[in-house]
Design a protein around this ligand. Structure first.
Ligand SMILES: Nc1ncnc2c1ncn2[C@@H]1O[C@H](COP(=O)(O)OP(=O)(O)OP(=O)(O)O)[C@@H](O)[C@H]1O
Length: 349
């Protein structure tokens, strides 16, 4: 398990989400899936943190635990200073308005029997925040804020387009003014032509309302555009975390370097300066993750130490508070280039 260190953000008093040492294992007939294995991450008010990594690396599991749709095996989740990890459903109910999840596929998260108006009104009713005319006005305002015409309130989800349905989910999630929104691939089920407008809507609403946002995605161009900070996951653990601009300009972890090298960039000159790193092999099974550094089986730079000793996620001496878990990255941030493997000096403690 990773010896994850608590980021300094965890001690800020504007922290809305603080995940500490999160572990989520699923035990079934085939064994124990170690979906998340020691993740620590925090999000401040008004901050968008992007969570990226290959399919199966554990991103959605982190997101589900963050909003208590799933319970961690170990570790804690604190929202607005309250540890929600072990609260009963009843104790959790009044706090639920502070955090919401926007799912990848709005069709599966919207009740097909309810009208759009009733769906958006539901959290306001549940938390007794509005009723009667005030409730109707609030729903109309919310629909307008997500760019939907008021008459759509009488329709049902199947009568809307995918983009409109996702706007309804966003209106529902934001109806009670949450402090934290977890958006799990909110545009990946949508037509490419409407993805940008839904993303822009999310960003506009976030800038206006200053909620903290955990944005889970495979879309590196989107995350570069909208996230303040990015955390990179590999096989259940965080391998790197840094301000978005710094991560994209200078990825330190060999896995981050490989991930970003595969992403299309809007500026072709930048693309040319970044050699493509093709990783060998598949993501190993989380049923039996490799010992030592979990990435060593695919890392073009791995040395003996990587095969035996798990690297801790440690803070580098950089202004932005970057964290990296790699034996080959020096404390001052000097990092080898996975695109040009060559003998490296191991930075032994
Ligand atoms: N309820 C469950 N029972 C058993 N295994 C699970 C369960 N939920 C997730 N997993 C496993 O945990 C691992 C992490 O899954 P998760 O969905 O969190 O990854 P992800 O990074 O979000 O993937 P994707 O990008 O494809 O959504 C995967 O191996 C997945 O099969």
């Amino acid at each position: 398990m990773t010896a994850a260190i608590a980021p300094p953000e965890a001690s800020r008093d504007d922290t809305v989400l603080d995940i500490s040492g999160l572990v989520r294992h699923f035990t079934g007939p085939a064994g124990t899936v170690r979906a998340v294995d020691g993740v620590s991450l925090s999000i401040g008010r008004g901050e968008i943190v992007g969570l990226v990594g290959e399919s199966g690396s554990g991103k959605s599991t982190v997101g589900r635990c963050a909003v208590r749709l799933d319970r961690p095996t170990a570790g804690s989740v604190t929202i607005n200073g309250r540890d929600v990890t072990r609260l009963s459903k009843r104790a959790l109910r009044p706090l639920r308005k502070d955090f919401h999840l926007v799912f990848q596929d709005p069709s599966s998260s919207l009740d097909p029997r309810m009208t759009v108006g009733a769906i958006v009104a539901q959290p306001l009713r549940l938390h007794r925040l509005a009723s009667g005319d005030a409730l109707r006005d609030r729903v109309a305002t919310l629909l307008a804020q997500v760019g939907l015409r008021p008459e759509l309130a009488r329709r049902r989800p199947h009568e809307l387009s995918g983009g409109q349905r996702q706007r309804v989910s966003i209106a529902r999630a934001l109806s009670v003014d949450p402090q934290l929104l977890v958006a799990d691939e909110p545009t990946s089920a949508l037509d490419v032509s409407v993805q940008a407008s839904v993303l822009n809507l999310l960003v506009d609403l976030q800038r206006e309302r200053h909620f903290g946002c955990l944005f889970i995605t495979h879309d590196l161009a989107a995350v570069e555009y909208l996230a303040d900070r990015i955390a990179v996951m590999y096989l259940g653990q965080l391998v790197e975390q840094a301000p978005a601009a710094e991560l994209f300009a200078d990825p330190k972890h060999p896995y981050t370097q490989a991930l970003l090298s595969a992403a299309p960039v809007p500026n072709p000159a930048a693309q040319r300066s970044r050699a493509r790193i093709v990783l060998s092999g598949e993501l190993p099974s989380p049923l039996d993750p490799p010992g030592g550094c979990r990435f060593h089986t695919r890392c073009p730079l791995a040395v003996d130490r990587c095969r035996t000793e798990p690297p801790a996620l440690r803070r580098l001496a950089e202004g932005g508070g970057r964290q990296v878990s790699c034996h080959l990255v020096a404390d001052d941030g000097t990092a080898p280039d996975a695109a040009a493997p060559c003998p490296v000096t191991i930075n032994r403690p």
